[in-house]
Design a protein around this ligand. Structure first.
Ligand SMILES: Nc1ncnc2c1ncn2[C@@H]1O[C@H](COP(=O)(O)OP(=O)(O)OP(=O)(O)O)[C@@H](O)[C@H]1O
Ligand SMILES: O=C(O)C1=C[C@@H](O)[C@@H](O)[C@H](O)C1
Ligand SMILES: [Mg+2]
Length: 203
């Protein structure tokens, strides 16, 4: 497969009839080339956890979610951690959990929306893993985060305005990921296939 090691591979093409599931042989061949963790980064609600799980199933790789790991380690929910100890404490835990998980070898890791903003975490991911920026427009994010009220950063103010601001503030960090995949409205599988294609070109 042609290795496109240019600055970034942008898989933003609209869904076409070419967005079909790759054959089992193609998936196996790709799987064999994955020698590092694949780390999904991007805004809250973009689909890192839900798409990441499906991607892991398709590639037959272990899946882990940094937010879940933090909750398990603390035996508390993320809103409880924010309420009782504050965001700084959460970010410390997030940094430690991701540093540990990056050492676990090939697998799919869904990060929390703010993880890639940390210089230390971002440096580690860029050095030792394959970072994929999952991206969506504001309207899509607003619709998706509205399905659950579990994101403490959206509780203190107008969620649309907060998401809009965070999206602008975080873009310079997210765009450092070498792969950029759009997660548009539609089936999760559409995004999974786009990730597979981006990886196939990159590796
Ligand atoms: N491609 C998609 N098409 C339709 N719905 C999606 C898609 N991706 C995610 N969703 C839905 O959007 C919601 C948020 O997704 P998810 O929890 O995976 O986001 P996240 O990026 O992990 O967010 P966070 O950073 O807060 O953990 C879920 O209800 C999920 O099913
Ligand atoms: O975007 C963020 O900063 C966050 C996203 C979620 O995944 C959680 O990590 C937490 O709610 C913070
Ligand atoms: Mg998540």
């Amino acid at each position: 497969m042609l290795a496109l090691r240019t600055s970034a591979i942008i898989a933003l093409a609209a869904m076409t009839k070419d967005d079909h599931l790759p054959s089992p042989d193609d998936v196996s061949a790709l799987r064999a080339r994955i020698d590092r963790p694949i780390v999904l980064v991007g805004m809250m609600g973009v689909g890192k956890s839900s798409v990441g799980k499906k991607l892991a199933t398709l590639l037959e790789l272990p899946f882990a979610d940094a937010d879940d790991e933090i909750e398990n380690a603390a035996q508390m929910s993320i809103p409880e951690i924010f309420d009782q100890f504050g965001e700084g404490y959460f970010r410390d835990g997030e940094r430690r959990v991701i540093a540990r998980m990056i050492e676990s070898g090939p697998g799919i890791l869904a990060t929390g929306g703010g993880a890639f903003v940390s210089d230390e975490t971002r440096g580690l991911i860029l050095d030792k893993a394959i970072a994929i920026w999952l991206d969506a427009d504001l309207e899509t994010l607003v619709e998706r985060v509205g399905r659950k009220n579990t994101r403490p950063l959206l509780r203190n103010g107008n969620p649309v305005e907060i998401l809009k601001r965070l999206k602008i503030e975080r873009r310079p960090f997210y765009e450092q990921a070498p792969l950029h995949v759009l997660s548009e409205p539609g089936p999760h599988l559409q995004t999974v296939i786009r990730i597979i294609k981006a990886l196939d070109q990159w590796l």
